[in-house]
Design a binder for this molecule. Structure first.
Ligand code: NAP
Length: 296
């Protein structure tokens, strides 16, 4: 197996680099611009802007991977809502370029997608539940999934995941766990939504899930998330309790009081049965991961 990773500077990308190094899997890390991950060997790194079709074709035909794991994306949902043309180019058109390149070299194409493809009315979604995207970002992932289903002529897989967290270097954005821990430490009053439910996902678990699909020769859609669905309010309280911090200053608010550009699904969370059965997926609880991320 030779794995080409898009978005190797991103959170999941960095964890896939770690996984490949530890498992001695041949891999090519690619991202836009310079390599910003000190653990990623510079002699393997290739700068690849996925919105540049020529560059995508050139890099993939030259390096001939057997698998492309496509993590790169425009991931800020409010920015996508405000800049729909950029979102379309990065999340949809670039996926088409990558699928086309994989078709040429007969590489498995794996797309990272999101719980936001669902409208959040039902919760505990399984892979064949009906999609109903509520935002520009969500719609871009539905469209990218359709490109995989309709245009890929090779083996392919789609990995949907839910708020991903973990430690990584030089990321362009923070994640909810790091943000909540640091906000609780400051002791400032916090207002947190209690009407959005998610299954937060440790980036290491997600990387193992992505690789597990390949290692078990699987194709198709997989739901890969943390094992527990909780409200964002409960998530913040659990982080506080884990670290023995006071949470008296944290109060509940409704999503309707926030002025966010993109609409969010109220209740997601995944039925993970398929991942448990087909790829022996073993996700960690929130507290297990906090112990690893922030050892005392
Ligand atoms: N994080 C979540 O909570 C979450 C939830 C559901 C689904 N997902 C999906 O999971 C995947 C991985 O998420 P993540 O958290 O690892 O995202 P991330 O940390 O934002 O990483 C995405 C990476 O893509 C790179 N990128 C952006 N535009 C690019 C371009 N034109 N060419 C090449 N690279 C480009 C970014 O580069 P820069 O670093 O230079 O900006 C970044 O390193 C994404 O597809 C996302 O939609 C994530």
């Amino acid at each position: 197996m030779k794995v080409l990773i898009t978005g190797s500077n991103g959170l999941l990308g960095q964890k896939l680099v770690d996984y490949c190094l530890a498992a001695k899997i041949d891999f090519v890390p690619t991202s836009k611009g310079e390599n910003r991950n000190s653990k990623c060997p510079t002699d393997r790194y290739r700068s690849m802007d996925i919105t540049n079709r020529e560059e995508v074709m050139e890099v993939i035909s030259e390096l001939h991977p057997t698998v492309v794991i496509h993590t790169a994306a425009m991931t800020n949902v409010d920015q996508c809502e405000l800049n729909p043309a950029d979102c379309e180019l990065i999340n949809v058109t670039a996926t088409r370029y990558l699928v086309e390149a994989c078709n040429k070299v007969n590489a498995h194409f794996q797309l990272l997608s999101t719980d936001f493809v669902f409208d959040g009315e039902k919760g505990n979604y399984s892979e064949d539940d009906e999609m109903n995207p509520l935002s520009v970002y969500a719609k871009s992932k539905v469209d990218a999934e359709a490109i995989v289903v309709n245009e890929s002529t090779t083996d392919n897989s789609i990995v949907r995941t839910i708020i991903v967290y973990g430690n990584a270097e030089n990321l362009s954005k923070s994640n909810i766990i790091a943000w909540a821990k640091s906000a609780l430490e400051k002791g400032d009053p916090l207002t947190i939504v209690d009407d959005q439910f998610r299954a937060p996902t440790w980036a290491e678990d997600l990387a193992a899930g992505c690789m597990g699909i390949l290692e078990h020769n699987q194709t198709g859609v997989f739901h890969i998330s943390g094992p527990e669905t909780m409200s964002i309010f409960d998530l913040v309280i659990r982080i506080g309790n884990h670290f023995g911090m006071t949470t008296d200053q944290v109060s509940k608010i409704s999503s309707s009081t926030l002025s966010q550009a993109a609409k969010r699904p109220p209740k997601t969370g995944f039925d993970l049965s398929k991942a448990y059965q087909k790829i022996d997926y073993k996700p960690h609880t929130l507290e297990e991961t906090l112990t690893v991320l922030y050892p005392s």
